[in-house]
Design a protein around this ligand. Structure first.
Ligand SMILES: [Zn+2]
Ligand SMILES: [Zn+2]
Length: 228
């Protein structure tokens, strides 16, 4: 047993009720788990990871979208209890929620991206200032320590306008020249996986994958906790 395993909670991270010790699931009780929607289908949009119903290969949003990344996987749909859990994590930085996300991400990572290095999507300076921590880096450090995943924190984001209400195109122009490599690297891995919390429009992921492509990365894939 590793050190981190000693700290796994006895109580549900959502409702605080005691978790039945017989259940194989950690962090979330059975009732709350029923209100989460993990993506397990083999038929997902290859660009954003959303489950497909009748479409082929790409969802309506991505059909005409020319993303620089190749393939995207998400662990949950952004519905049910998920928005509340993510919101709480970003507000409070709960280590238990970070561990829950790390475990969920690692399951998808093993299935789709085994041995590939992860690159963190950088927080905006405003986000870091208001929270005092970097949500993705906190999860990444668990993936590195607990599972030995190779992780890079090589991208930096400069101050830009709040993105929430902007369209995909507006977000792209808002992010123009706002995401850069922290410094010049002599060697970057040829194939990396970008790690972010949410796939919303794909604009931030697109900007990051373009920066990495210009810097010599041949292929970027994407892993997110949830897709909107
Ligand atoms: Zn619960
Ligand atoms: Zn899609």
């Amino acid at each position: 047993m590793r050190i981190l395993d000693f700290f796994q909670p006895l109580y549900c991270i959502v409702c605080q009720h005691r978790i039945d010790p017989q259940t194989p699931r950690q962090y979330i009780c059975t009732s709350c788990w029923r209100l989460l929607f993990p993506i397990s289908s083999d038929r997902c949009c290859q660009k954003c990871g959303v489950p497909l119903i009748s479409e082929n290969k790409f969802c309506v949003r991505c059909r005409d979208q020319d993303f620089s990344f190749t393939f995207s996987v998400s662990c949950f749909s952004y519905i049910g209890l998920f928005p509340e859990i993510l919101h709480r994590y970003k507000r409070e930085g709960s280590k238990y929620i970070a561990w829950f996300f790390a475990d969920i991400l690692h399951t998808s990572y093993k299935l789709h991206f085994l041995n590939l290095p992860l690159v963190a999507i950088p927080s905006s300076p405003q986000g870091y200032k208001s929270r005092g921590f970097h949500p993705i880096l906190r999860i990444m450090s668990i993936l590195r320590r607990k599972y030995g995943v190779k992780c890079y924190n090589i991208l930096q984001r400069k101050k830009s306008t709040e993105q929430k209400l902007l369209s995909y195109e507006e977000r792209l122009s808002n992010l123009k020249n706002k995401i850069v490599l922290k410094r010049n690297y002599n060697f970057l891995p040829p194939h990396i996986v970008l790690l972010d919390d949410l796939f919303t429009t794909g604009a931030t992921l697109q900007t990051c994958s373009k920066v990495l492509a210009i810097s010599g990365v041949k292929r970027c894939d994407v892993l997110t906790i949830a897709v909107v």
